[in-house]
Design a protein around this ligand. Structure first.
Ligand code: HEM
Ligand SMILES: [Cu+2]
Length: 492
């Protein structure tokens, strides 16, 4: 079956979607995939340094590379999620290619500032720039490089806000406002559920609401950080700063995942020839997630004894429940869509289903860490990188790669090679297990030098990480070669 015959409520609206839209998305994807691969090399180097058999890295360089890997991966994940989301949203509403291109250019300026501050300026306080560490370099990096890093993140935030503003205006023009985009009039009003209301518009409205808040808070804390760097007399409260940073960090990375899910909603139905439409449970889940994603960040502060206990307890309870609404609706929706549908398995469909699995399974270690009792023991261990690499390598990134594969199938389902996806998944699971097992053995995170008895896990992780990189290249290179030729009609 060709993709053009597929069922989708997006096709009628596609007059808003031009060749320029597609070309820009291709550019985002090509840059994104390249950055992912480079940052994976950095990740492998970090894990190999912890293993100490294959690589010997001076600790100062380790923390620079760790900061680069963290900031680079989080940044590219945000941009890749944005590109997926923007592509599908532009089929329903009129989005500005000029703004999307400007955002890419701003992001590249931001990337240059961030890389410069780390590789030239030796900034190494971690991508979370936890106050007051950026100002306490013990002479390793200068105030100027810390300011450049923070300003780079600020520029990146501006790029996102520009695109979100454009998306919000476009959704409001067509649907009235963001709450109508989210479908609240159908959830709470008398109106029956309009099944032609696109799932992507619901997800986009949620992402815009939470991530504008997240980035705005990020901007505030970055400006406070810069003010403190320039003038140490301005010394904000450290706990307040931590709240702001983790609100921003948590919301931003979650919003990137929620953005990429639009790929599953829009593409999987083309493979199973069954529609994925909005329903009351779907709308209720996205409505709940809008608040929950913003309310759960205190799970990053469970170790801060200065926090009132009620806040920690609330953080724990909401963490338990926060992922669940959208996850259940999406995982369940995905499974019922695939079950006995005669789906053709190729690189694209396997990646999308892998993404659903990784996202769903990644919740388990996250919820475990969200328990206060467990967190007291586990929080600063490799359990934490274990859970978020799970989400990101096995959940988010497969959705992005699946989307890129979809753009380049040129209407042919079931042809592309699935083996690279297996290689990727096997490497990904092993790498995450190397982190999770380390965590359960209480091996600390963010340590450049590991004790001898821990090192074998670092070596396993380095080999597994290399496998992930090889899998990524095997999946991505054919895509990159075909990307320039991908056409609008084929992509539909
Ligand atoms: C080949 C694949 C990868 C390998 C081998 C790898 C390896 C590592 C290692 C060794 C660390 C430091 C762990 C520690 O001691 O705390 C780390 C941190 C991190 N990684 Fe990865 N990683 C990979 C892919 C990814 C991907 C795909 C993402 C995101 C999309 C990502 C995001 C992060 C983040 C946010 C950190 C935290 C940095 C920090 O603690 O400041 N990684 N990674
Ligand atoms: Cu979080």
């Amino acid at each position: 079956m060709s993709i053009t015959e597929a069922t989708s409520n997006s096709v009628e609206d596609s007059n808003t979607h031009t060749k320029n839209h597609l070309n820009l998305v291709k550019l985002y994807l090509a840059i994104g995939i390249l950055v992912y691969a480079l940052m994976m090399i950095a990740g492998v180097a970090l894990r190999a340094a912890q293993g100490a058999s294959y690589l010997d890295m001076n600790p100062q360089l380790f923390y620079q590379i760790m900061t680069l890997h963290g900031a680079g991966m989080v940044g590219v994940t945000g941009l890749a999620g944005l590109a997926v989301n923007w592509y599908f949203l532009s089929r329903h509403v009129l989005l500005s290619t000029k703004i999307f291109l400007s955002a890419l250019l701003l992001s590249l300026i931001a990337v240059a500032m961030i890389i410069g501050s780390i590789l030239i300026g030796k900034f190494a306080a971690g991508w979370t720039f936890l106050y007051p560490l950026p100002a306490k370099s013990l002479g390793i990096w200068s105030i100027a490089s810390a300011v450049t890093f923070a300003a780079g993140l600020l520029v990146l935030g501006v790029a996102f806000l520009l695109v979100y503003l454009d998306m919000a205006i476009a959704i409001s023009k067509k649907y009235g406002n963001l709450t109508r985009g989210l479908g609240l009039h159908m959830l709470f009003g008398r109106a029956p559920v309009d099944t032609s209301h696109p799932t992507t518009v619901v997800a986009s409205s949620m992402v815009i609401i939470v991530n504008v808040a997240g980035i705005a808070v990020g901007a505030v804390v970055l400006i406070m950080t810069i003010a403190n760097l320039i003038s140490p007399a301005i010394a904000p409260d450290a706990l307040l700063m931590k709240h702001l940073i983790y609100f921003f960090g948590h919301v931003f990375i979650n919003a990137s995942i929620y953005s990429a899910i639009t790929a599953v909603y829009e593409i999987l139905p083309k493979y199973t020839r069954r529609p994925w439409t909005v329903s009351k449970p779907f709308l209720a889940a996205w409505f709940a997630a809008t608040f929950m994603v913003m309310a759960v960040y205190p799970h990053h502060l469970l170790m801060d004894f200065a926090m009132p206990p009620w806040a920690a307890i609330a953080g724990q309870i909401i963490s338990y429940t926060s992922g669940i609404p959208v996850l259940v609706v999406t995982a369940f929706g995905g499974l019922t869509l695939v079950y006995r549908s005669g789906i053709r398995w190729d690189a694209c469909s396997s990646l999308l289903v892998l993404g659903l699995f990784g996202w769903a399974a990644g919740v388990v270690p996250a919820v475990i860490d969200g328990m206060i009792r467990v967190n007291m023991v586990m929080h600063n261990t490799l359990w934490v990188p274990g859970h978020f690499h799970f989400y990101l390598i096995l959940g988010m990134l497969p959705m992005v790669l699946g989307f890129a594969a979809y753009l380049t199938t040129n209407g042919e389902q079931g042809k592309s090679n699935k083996i690279p996806v297996y290689i990727y998944a096997a490497g990904g699971i092993t790498l995450c297990m190397s982190f999770l097992v380390s965590g359960s053995l209480s091996i600390p995170r963010r340590f450049a030098v590991h004790q001898e008895s821990w090192q074998w896990l670092g070596n396993v992780g380095a080999i597994a990480g290399t496998t992930v990189l090889v899998g990524t290249l095997l999946i991505a290179l054919p895509i990159l070669f075909r990307l320039p030729g991908a056409t609008l009609s084929a992509a539909r």
